[in-house]
Design a binder for this molecule. Sequence first.
Ligand code: C2E
Ligand code: MG
Ligand code: MG
Length: 749
Amino acid sequence: MRFPFKPIPISLFTALFVALFLLLLFFFGRIAYLEIDDLENKFQAASKARAEREIQRALNLSIEHIEAQTEQLAKWEEVGQQLHNSMFYSYWYRHRAKTNHLISQHIIDVALYDLQGRMLSLIDTALLPESIEVQQVSDYVLMNQFEPLLVVIRPVWDAKGESLQGYVATLSRIIPQFLSSGQFNLVDIGTLSVDIGNTDRIASHELFGAIHYELISDDYADTLKRVMTESVLRLAGMAAILSLIIFPLAARIMSRPILQISQHIDLLKKHSKATVTSSFQQPLLIRELDKIRQSLNDYHNQLSDANTNLDEKRRQLNDLTQLDPLTGVRSRAAFDEYWNEINDVFQHSRGQVCLILFDLDHFKAVNDTYGHEVGDEVLIAVSQTLKNTLSDQEQLFRLGGDEFMAVLIGVNARKAMQIAKQVHLAFSRYPFKEIGILEPIRLSMGIAHTKPDNQASLASLQWQVNVATYQAKRPGQPNIILFTEEMANHAQGLFSSRTHSAVFDAISQGTGLIMHYQPIVNLENGEAQYFEALVRIVHEGKLIMPSHIFPLVEAKGLEVDLDRQVILKIESDLRSGLIPPGTGVSINLSAPCIIENELFDWLEALSPYMNDYKILLEITETAMITQMQKARAHLSRLQSMGFRIALDDFGSGYSSLRYLGNMPVDVVKFDINLTRLIDSQGKNPILNHLAQMIVECGHLLVAEGIESATSARQLGRLGFQYGQGYYFGKPAATIVKPALDRGYAEFSA
Ligand code: C2E
Ligand code: MG
Ligand code: MG
């Protein structure tokens, strides 16, 4: 998996870790602080509860105390007397009521009320109210200049306790009484206050709720909180400082050996043969990384061992590739090396260099027919012949397949030609029959040599020798060809990659493939009997001719594919009515196509036309037909399908008579060269007899390459029924009626 971002350095990771750690520290510190706060709140709540109890107790005691005094007053006989007779009430009030032993100093006023609740006598200094409500007597608290005062009212009964005399009321300063009644450990009494709100009085039991105070500050809780907070802060601060020191330090300790390893790998990358440096022999601080260091060193040692082995193997392989194992001749690799050396030398001192390229004809067919072992023997025979014929100064190489190259230094074209002829002679004497090969095997040779006046000739010498060999391989050409400049122009087109692709497009898809038709006439009356279909490829407005098509086709083994396209094209020409009904079509088939099993299906497509047309199949005689038996069987089957078989180019190549004897043939087409021989040596008895013999064997004879009326006439006399040649008509895209001029009229006369 690939990360979509750049790799991160350890330092940045460390910074991130530190930041994260500090964040966590802050988070936990905050939690600890809140816990301490919570603890403090709990402490305060407990103190408050205790303080409330302190207040409640003191309040109860002080109220009870004042109530008790008021009740004692109610029982005091002087009170009864005053209620009974209130004449001296103001005297009594002033001198007895507040000075008697029954009331404490905190009772600041006392008053007596009759049964209706009216004060016995109005006294202007009295603090208590002038009347009270007797229906519902109750104690209450009122505020006097921010001081709460408690009013306690008690009924006064007669001595027997049977009849109500009136009421006694006391007014007390409750706070001083309250303070003297209780013990306050938690309540800060200085902060004590009473607030009864907007009303003028509250019931005495409501007083507790109206008291406000603050707690005495709790030293213990405060100290605890301070100590705890300080501890948390100190711990967090220490952890933060440590993280700022420890993380970067740890990262540095970790990254240093990693960096060392990476630098070492870089060193090994730059110098694959570098030995392990002494610094990398020292153990690393971290065990796991040290294990990597050891493994790396081991791996490096293994690698350098393998490198040494590889170098050795490469050397051995180099030696091996210099020699071709089959023939013992030096290899293509050796040739390339040698050629480079020659180029170097040639740049300083100009000398004559000559190349001869040897190429076996139809070597693939030999392999297919006789098997690879025999094929190998043929190659050995070639190399033996070449070794025996060439001198020690002449360097021989096998370039691959059936191609051998001789490099001759200081040799001119004439001498090279001589050498090639010697090779040809020696090769033609080789007893191929002994290894079971009956057909003669042809060795094509191209020669190219440097010219003193041409600077670039060495660079193009290999190309030139190929062109020459190509020419030598063409049918009807001598097997030894010396490269000439005219050939160069001709070959430019032939070797151009555009020509190649045009040919291959035609073969694979039929693109640009057309047929030209040349009449084959009855020599008696000059009427066209057949039209020979001859293939052409239209490319960039020009025609590519068979002489250019076939070398490519044969080199790639595409003969069958080409013939397939030709049959399709002829079928469409027949369908379009191009060829006049009542005549015939002559189709050339290559040797590999004869033994192709699908040929019958392809030709079957022509059967609908066989009522209107005769169809002749020409088997070229120059190509070596392999698998004789199969070829014979196929030809017989084709005959039974209604096709006629012609042996083409008779007399131009291999074993003409052998084919004639072996193959079911209806027509024999004399090759143009043979025709010309008959023509020029009209009285040559052997040729005349050969022609007669063929006719007598029941074959129809066709003469190719008739270019004059005289030839036509002479050949007619020799028994040739048919003739073909420029005299009657050149191959053309349209059907041309044979244009018989005066010459032919003479002849027929
Ligand atoms: P071929 O079958 O022997 O065809 C006759 C060749 O001789 C033709 O050459 C033709 O143009 C040429 N020719 C005819 N009359 C004269 C004459 O009076 N004087 C001279 N100098 N030449 C004449 P082309 O068309 O270049 O074909 C060359 C060869 O290519 C053919 O020889 C045949 O072997 C092969 N070929 C042509 N078309 C096909 C094809 O469709 N399939 C196969 N397999 N081979 C073909
Ligand atoms: Mg032909
Ligand atoms: Mg021919």
